[in-house]
Design a binder for this molecule. Structure first.
Ligand code: C5P
Length: 210
């Protein structure tokens, strides 16, 4: 069983996927965290975010491990001194601003997708194109939306930033990610603007029980 939860930036996908996965007793996998980790490594190495061959070379010599825990995904980089947890560093404004450039490269999408398809079900997969490009045969698909203002207000609670600037950055990132963010024709769409987290999780679980 594979359940896909896609949606726009900061629509609550990770929290919803985590809650649904916990309720179902399975892990959830954040595809965005792999794009973020690759972007972080590239920024740190000074690799051009549009240079697919250089990025793939960098990733080949940087062993990443995604830990798909239901309480939150983490990503680690293996190194001579042991593993470095990249999770927090992958969620900065700098990574937010750069990740869409890397994510539009077909080679990098292939790199992420191959890792996801190598996982053994059951799991909940969360991202933009889980229900379309990556797992078109998933058992159930969801697509989350929310107004830009609501998403910005939620984000500001996590990272103490100016709400107007955060809203503008989210709108810009949605525009850059538009190509891979089209809902699957058979996805259940949920507008989370008026719902709290338990409400969205309950809506997904109710649909799964039908
Ligand atoms: O979901 P999250 O906001 O963490 O994703 C970070 C970025 O990774 C997105 O803005 C997008 O550029 C890219 N992404 C993608 N396809 C996915 C998941 C994420 O292109 N399935």
């Amino acid at each position: 069983m594979i359940v896909t939860i896609d949606g726009v930036a900061a629509s609550g996908k990770s929290s919803v996927a985590g809650g649904v996965a916990r309720a179902l007793g399975m892990p959830y996998v954040s595809s965005g965290l792999l794009y973020r980790a690759a972007t972080l490594l590239a920024l740190e190495a000074g690799t051009d975010l549009g240079d697919a061959p250089a990025l793939l070379q960098l990733l080949e010599r940087s062993p990443l491990r995604l830990e798909p825990l239901p309480e939150g995904n983490a990503v680690f980089l293996a190194g001579p001194q042991g593993e470095r947890d990249l999770t927090a560093d992958a969620h900065t404004g700098e990574v937010d601003a750069g990740v869409s450039a890397l994510a539009q490269l077909p080679e990098l999408r292939g790199w992420v997708n191959a890792r996801l398809r190598a996982l053994t079900p059951p799991f909940v997969a969360e991202g933009r194109d889980m229900g379309t490009a990556v797992f078109p045969g998933a058992s159930a698909k969801f697509f989350l939306t929310a107004s830009p203002r609501v998403r910005a207000l939620r984000r500001v609670k996590e990272r103490l930033d100016d709400v107007d600037a955060v809203e503008a950055a989210l709108i810009a990132r949605d525009a850059k990610d538009r190509q891979q963010s089209q809902p699957a024709a058979d996805a259940h769409r949920i507008d989370t603007s008026e719902l709290d987290l338990p409400g969205v999780i309950a809506a997904v679980l109710a649909e799964l029980e039908r």
